[in-house]
Design a protein around this ligand. Structure first.
Ligand code: GLV
Ligand code: MN
Ligand code: MN
Ligand code: MN
Length: 407
């Protein structure tokens, strides 16, 4: 089939999951938008003569069956789900680039010594069910299947129910030895999510490390009451406590070199303008390269939250939703990437990432590596995330060079 460009491939899904209210895209896992993208991927893989299968955890695999066995295959790919109001590239760039890289390998007449698969991982963002990299965590067994089945979205739908509705039997979720055995090496291409490549004036980079991060839900309970009849001195308002916790998290993180703490989601219950909330749930995203520091940060924020709540007549309960330690991508694979990139991108830099990726989770079962493609806005998890067409093609070329050397 004729070679297409990454951008023209992405143009074909440009209207899927647009979110006019937030801007950008909302493509939560197993929503109609994400289902459309999964169908798109299957059609694109089918057009290339790849054998597509969905595994027990809902991960899509498109196989170039170059040899007799899929054991120890070379795997590339990314995710198609997005954060609410996200950009067009976080996830889909890696999937589209993988398909285009495969086209390039065939155009070059590369004779693979092992099978190649393009994989699509569900719920990488954890935007719907709270746990990031849910598909790769299930595959590797780093997330308990019972726990995954019971996770609920904002409407109370469980992951088990959503999986069943998407045609995935929830009874079979969990560690998948067969899939693990098939991943010989995993390389994920991803839009860069900060300013690293702008500052280095390069279209592509090799990933070095992935920042450890965790997510916690803090539920603050107080006394729900009437906004008009309750004197200011008579309140146990969890929103007042939550506001102070947000500020405390910022202060505690700002005092620690390299730390990041974010409250990007906050939910008052029941959520009425003239109602003092009875409960406020807020979610903390905390990251640091030293996992022990991350643990200390959440401890300190929790301690501060308890003090604040005691003062405000409220109670705070902390629940960990997910956690991943800092990952150093495989050294030998990084060197292979460096040698491959030296052909078309001499001097390509090596960059750490503050974002989470399936490549980090899969690092527990196979050598993994990442390629980053320049984002000229330096902004991500926002509609302003962007990749120039030339840079997208440069990324696919870099990925093809890497895959050629690894095949
Ligand atoms: C996912 O992209 C994350 O870094 O949270
Ligand atoms: Mn991503
Ligand atoms: Mn993301
Ligand atoms: Mn991510």
């Amino acid at each position: 089939m004729p070679t297409t460009t990454v951008s023209s491939l992405l143009d074909t899904i440009d209207d899927v999951g647009r979110d006019p209210a937030r801007g950008g895209y909302s493509r939560g896992v197993h929503t109609p938008a994400e289902a459309t993208l999964r169908e798109w991927f299957q059609a694109e893989a089918g057009r290339r003569g790849l054998a597509v299968e969905t595994d027990r955890n809902g991960i899509l695999w498109a196989w170039w069956d170059a040899t007799g066995t899929r054991e120890g295959a070379l795997v590339t790919g990314s995710h198609l789900d997005s954060v609410p109001g996200g950009g067009a590239f976080d996830g889909p760039l890696g999937v589209a680039s993988a398909l285009v890289a495969l086209d390039l390998l065939r155009e070059r007449g590369v004779q693979p010594r092992r099978c190649l698969a393009v994989a699509v991982f569900p719920e990488e963002e954890g935007s719907r069910f709270g746990v990031s990299c849910l598909g790769s965590r299930l595959l590797t067994g780093t997330l308990d299947a019972d726990h995954a089945r019971s996770l609920k979205d904002a409407d109370g739908t469980t992951f088990a129910e959503a999986s069943r509705a998407a045609g995935i039997d929830p009874a079979h979720l969990g560690r998948d030895e067969e899939a693990i055995g098939r991943i010989g090496d995993f390389v994920e291409l991803h839009v860069e999510q900060g300013r690293g490549l702008i500052d280095l004036d390069s279209a592509v980079a090799i990933g070095s490390t992935m920042l450890g991060h965790g997510r916690w839900r803090l539920s603050i309970t107080g006394q729900g009451n009437h906004a008009g009849t309750t004197l200011m001195s008579d309140r146990a308002d969890p929103m007042i406590a939550a506001a102070q916790v947000v500020l405390a998290a910022r202060k505690i993180a700002a005092e620690q070199d390299g730390a990041r703490a974010t409250v990007g989601r906050l939910q008052p219950v029941p959520g009425g303008t003239n109602v003092i909330a009875s409960r406020v749930d807020l979610w903390l995203d905390i990251r640091h390269e030293d996992d022990a520091v991350t643990a200390t940060l959440i401890e300190r924020i929790h301690g501060q939250a308890q003090k604040i709540c005691a003062f405000e007549g409220c109670r705070a309960t902390l629940t960990e939703e997910s956690h991943s330690g800092t990952v150093h991508f495989d050294g030998a694979l990084q060197r292979t990437l460096g040698n491959a990139l030296a052909r078309s991108f001499p001097g390509a830099p090596t960059l750490p990432t503050g974002a989470g990726h399936d490549a980090g989770i899969l690092g527990s079962v196979a050598p993994t590596a990442m390629l980053f493609v320049r984002n000229p806005t330096g902004i991500s998890h926002s509609p302003e995330e962007f990749v120039e067409r030339d840079d997208a093609d440069a990324g696919a070329l870099a990925l093809a060079d890497v895959l050629e050397d690894l095949l």
